[in-house]
Structure formats: structure tokens, C-alpha cells
Design a protein around this ligand. Structure first.
Ligand code: AVI
Length: 322
């Protein structure tokens, strides 16, 4: 491909940035938070005192690891443990260790959109748990689901942890779960984390930490547009804003323009105008209860077979079957 052809081809990032910033109200997808800097910021978020989700899921795995891995392979036939959005795999290591200590026959297939994350995790595991078969894959959720059947020819246990499903609106979550269901054989299982509805202030604090890491994470989408599309967003003229609606259970993140301004995105030959206090919606982080999870599962052809909660009931992991 020559330079001219490369220029003509418009990337999904360019297309979506253009669409999101030329419509009203403006929006950008949270999937663009994640590059090398975004991955590091998310690691910092997971260690924040306010961000209870990671610790809650870790506690669930520590407490229920024996029962969880037992239900993965009750018939002892061997299986592939496929994790969508594996990240640094910190919580998963609790389950991997349990599986390996109990002598289960399994291969771990961590899949993530970030090449960094997958390579880091594969290297870590080679050092920390050399006895485990690991087969890392790079890919985006929906795209990976299309080739899930090819990735494994034995029993599949598919994990989607960290309440990653919460970054999808319900209709999109159902599309995702339907695809997941289609890729499953009757014996296959899903282990999925769903952050639960709780005191609204606790949710707001988790997405609006005092140290400003979440704000930097949110603004990273603007940093990426600056770097990758030659734009001149002034990050100091946008503020991170979080809302939580306890009725719907939806937490929403915005970037709010603190003054009337115009931003140039040179690679898109685009000028974007912002009124003072105009917003860009960047992320949803959905919170659930048993009824919502049951509804999502049923709409998608799945069924809840078990659930595991942390002591505070802040968070639950559900085992889903077809
Ligand atoms: C990855 N995802 C489930 C996180 C969440 O809780 O929505 C991303 C995040 N956004 C802000 N803080 C963390």
C-alpha cells in the first residue's frame, strides 16, 4: 500500500471521532480510552480506594475459588478457559492457581484489544505459573466472538470479568450476549462480573476519585485525538463530570467544555465548535441487580445457574449456561 492509499483509507477511529463530534449531543466511545497511557491509568484506577469493583471481584475469587473452578469442569473432561478483556489478569490468577493446584486439564486463552496487555500477561504467567498452557490472542470483543468457535475445539468456559459488560448499553449488551450464546455449545459456560446497584454516592465516588486519575483517564480520549489525528484540544478547558441515575443504574461520564471554544482536528479537516458548558458523553458504566441480569440473560438465550457475591454485596459474578 503506498502513502496515498493509506491516506484515503479512513480508520474506524477517524470515522467515529468525526461522527461523534459533529452530532448533537456530542459523544466519543470509551473504547478509545485504552492505549499504552490509558492502560496504565486504568491499572491505577483499579488500585484506587474509591474503585471498589476490582477488590470486590478479587474477594469473590479468593473466597469461592474452590466452588467456582469445580463448576468449570464438573465432568473432568478438560476445557479452554477463554477470557475476553483479560487486561493484567490479576484477579484471574487466583482462579488459575486454584485450577493448576487441583490438577485440572485446561488451557488459558486471554484475549484483549491491547497488545501490550496480552504480551505482558503471557510473559508474567510464563514466569509465575510456568506449568499452565497459555494461548494469548489480540482482538476486539465483538470480532473475537465471530471466531470463538475456531479458537477452541473442546469445552469452553468464557470469562468476562470486571463488569466490562457495563460499558455497553443494554441493547448492545444483549447483542453481545446473543453472539456469545451462538458461539457456545450446550455444555459451555460463561462467568461474568456485574457491578451491583448500591448507595449512589459510592458509585459516584468510584468514578470521580479525589486524585483525578479517572479524570485523566477520561481525558485520554482527547489526548489520543491530539496525537493521532493532529488536533489541538486544550485539556485544561474540559472537565470530567460524572452522573449516576439510581433508577436506571446508569453511571455516565462526560467531558464538559468550560468555555466557548473551537478545536481543530487537522487530519479530519474538521473544526469542532463547543458552546460554554457543552458536553461530550464518553462512557456508561451500568450497575445491575439480579432482575436486570436475569432479563439480559433471558433475552439472549442464557440462564443464570449460580452467582457469587462479595461480603458487601457490591458486586456479583454469575455463572451462565445455554
Ligand atoms: C472497564 N470498565 C468496566 C471500567 C468501568 O468501571 O466502567 C472502566 C472505568 N471507567 C472509569 N473508571 C473505570
Amino acid at each position: 500500500m503506498n502513502t496515498k492509499d493509506q491516506k484515503v483509507q479512513i480508520s474506524t477511529f477517524e470515522k467515529e471521532v468525526c461522527e461523534g463530534l459533529t452530532t448533537f449531543p456530542k459523544y466519543l466511545s470509551s473504547k478509545y480510552f485504552y492505549d499504552e497511557i490509558g492502560d496504565k491509568l486504568f491499572q491505577q484506577i483499579m488500585a484506587l480506594p474509591e474503585y471498589y469493583l476490582t477488590r470486590a471481584e478479587y474477594e469473590i475469587f479468593e473466597t469461592h475459588r474452590s466452588e467456582i473452578v469445580q463448576s468449570f469442569d464438573a465432568n473432568q473432561e478438560g476445557f479452554d478457559l477463554i477470557e475476553l478483556g483479560a487486561g493484567d489478569g490479576k484477579k484471574t490468577k487466583v482462579l488459575l492457581k486454584e485450577l493448576s493446584d487441583k490438577g485440572f486439564d485446561f488451557t488459558y486463552v486471554p484475549i484483549d484489544i491491547s497488545q501490550n496487555a496480552v504480551e505482558g500477561l503471557v510473559n508474567d504467567l510464563a514466569n509465575e505459573m510456568p506449568g499452565i498452557g497459555v494461548n494469548g490472542e489480540i482482538g476486539e470483543y465483538f470480532e473475537v466472538l465471530d471466531r470463538l468457535k475456531q479458537l477452541s475445539d473442546r469445552k469452553k468456559v468464557i470469562m468476562v470479568l470486571g463488569s466490562n459488560i457495563g460499558n455497553l448499553l443494554h441493547q448492545r449488551a444483549i447483542q453481545f450476549l446473543k453472539k456469545l450464546c451462538n458461539a457456545m455449545n450446550p455444555n459451555d459456560l460463561v462467568l461474568m462480573g456485574f457491578d451491583q446497584k448500591k448507595h449512589p454516592q459510592k458509585v459516584l465516588d468510584a468514578y470521580n476519585d479525589k486524585t483525578g486519575v479517572t479524570a485523566a483517564f477520561n481525558k485520554n480520549v482527547l489526548t489520543r485525538i491530539n496525537k493521532e489525528l493532529n488536533a489541538n484540544f486544550d485539556l485544561d478547558k474540559f472537565m470530567h463530570w460524572e452522573t449516576y441515575d439510581p433508577e436506571s443504574g446508569t453511571a455516565k461520564s462526560y467531558l464538559v467544555s468550560t468555555e466557548k471554544q473551537t478545536v481543530d482536528i487537522d487530519d479530519l479537516s474538521l473544526q469542532v465548535h463547543f458552546e460554554a458548558w457543552e458536553s461530550i458523553h464518553t462512557e456508561i458504566s451500568q450497575k445491575y441487580d439480579d432482575d436486570i441480569v436475569k432479563w439480559l440473560a433471558e433475552e439472549s438465550g442464557l440462564e443464570i445457574s449460580k452467582s457469587f457475591a462479595d461480603q458487601n454485596m457490591d458486586y456479583k459474578d454469575y455463572l451462565l449456561t445455554k
